[in-house]
Write a protein that binds this ligand. Structure first.
Ligand SMILES: Cc1cc2nc3c(=O)[nH]c(=O)nc-3n(C[C@H](O)[C@H](O)[C@H](O)COP(=O)(O)O)c2cc1C
Length: 380
């Protein structure tokens, strides 16, 4: 396996149990280089020809670090540590010769790593892996689930960029079968506008984000007061539920005046009350004691991943949760809400807190939501 991080503790189930425990991380260690040291000479990504896929735009809208610090990217990352490394498997129809390439998100360049088999599919396949040391440098034993969530966010950023560029429907591999690569996003060539008979072809009905929206996405700085209106909560829940796959359940914790947990009704469109009472202070305690969460307007929550889950299940649920929260974040922004992912959860057995069997229904990921303030609109 290439680029495997030797510092990563073995045993994902044990690592997740430790990350969920109240044990606190030790002081920070060195994060190492912010970008994978790909071998070989860097090369610029050429402009796409008329029949080629726009690789440069795809990466710019998803993974490219737009400032020299490497912090500001279309995809968020726990602690802005950006552990995800991307290898590109290019078939024909791309602005570079077919081959395997490593992507440098700081310089927006690629390094050719080698050839690809002759039967490589047309178009772009992004393989996502992680350098665990970057995230572990700050989060210590809490890093493992965050690495998976971050990879899900990066996969979603590629998915959304492909949608914004009007490619064919991106193919996702988030099944969690392997540790390297953790996820794969295949971007097929552009959809033709017209069928062979000249009639216009229909497009997927889900809303397609604009490139500007993707580049403007930021995690709103706390505090995030103000409960978004029911229409926004419904849209965010619907997006997350559709994108999150069958292993996760989704709800939204809301604050006063009617605090409690809301979920989508069985019709999949209306909101219904799952529980009544104050939950935000408990969520703040569970989320590494981040006090600002107690005053957030709402928090979208993904739950599942029981404590006896096997490794593929753990990977799959966390990859999917990251993917879905990224899509929910873009939906929240579209509806004018402020949002910030919340990925570090300890002792967050939401199922048990709701009276079900313990150990079955843990919080896997979250997205804090608030209403936008005038002053934030100028900085976000
Ligand atoms: C998986 C994941 C977990 C995160 N967890 C938290 C969190 O617990 N608290 C927080 O304030 N921000 C959290 N963030 C937001 C990051 O801090 C933020 O993405 C990063 O600082 C980069 O800023 P940006 O999203 O505006 O680009 C998380 C982001 C991701 C992707």
């Amino acid at each position: 396996m290439q680029h495997r991080d030797r510092n990563r503790p073995e045993g994902l189930a044990a690592a997740l149990a430790l990350a969920r425990s109240p044990q606190r991380p030790r002081p920070d260690t060195l994060a190492g280089p912010v970008v994978q040291a790909w071998p070989g000479r860097p090369c610029a990504i050429p402009e796409a020809g008329p029949a080629e896929q726009d690789l440069r735009a795809l990466l710019h809208l998803s993974l490219h670090a737009s400032d020299a610090s490497g912090r500001l990217r279309p995809a968020p990352s726990a602690g802005a540590l950006h552990p995800v490394d991307t290898e590109l498997v290019l078939g024909t129809g791309c602005p570079l010769p077919p081959g395997r390439y490593g992507y440098d998100p700081l310089r927006h360049q690629v390094h050719r790593l080698g050839p690809v088999p002759a039967d490589t599919p047309q178009g772009i396949t992004a393989e996502l892996s992680v350098t665990a040391r970057r995230t572990a440098s700050h989060y210590g034993h809490r890093a493992r689930p965050l690495l998976l969530l971050d990879t899900g966010h990066a996969a979603a950023a590629l998915f959304l960029a492909a949608r914004a560029l009007g490619t064919g429907t991106p193919e996702l591999h988030l099944q969690g079968h392997a540790e390297t690569p953790l996820a794969l996003v295949r971007v097929p060539p552009h959809l033709p506008d017209h069928g062979p008979d000249g009639s216009p072809l229909s497009r997927p009905s889900a809303r397609t984000p604009t490139p500007e929206e993707l580049l403007a996405r930021r995690s709103a700085p706390p505090p995030l007061p103000g409960t978004p209106d029911p229409e926004t909560l419904r849209a965010v829940l619907t997006t997350a539920t559709r994108a999150g796959g069958s292993d996760l359940r989704w709800c939204v914790a809301v604050g006063p005046p009617r605090p409690g947990l809301l979920e989508l009704g069985t019709d999949g469109t209306t909101l219904r009350r799952l529980a009544a009472g104050e939950t935000l202070p408990t969520l703040a305690a569970w989320a590494a004691g981040q006090a600002w969460i107690a005053d957030a307007g709402a928090v979208l929550l993904a739950r599942g991943c029981p404590e006896d889950a096997d490794e593929p299940h753990i990977r799959r649920t966390h990859l999917r949760a990251g993917f879905a929260v990224q899509l929910a974040h873009v939906t929240a922004r579209y509806h004018g809400a402020a949002a910030r992912p919340v990925g570090s959860w300890q002792q967050a057995d939401l199922g048990a807190a709701l009276g079900a069997a313990p150990g079955q229904d843990w919080i896997v990921h979250g997205l804090a939501l608030g209403t936008l303030h005038a002053d934030e609109e100028n900085t976000s």
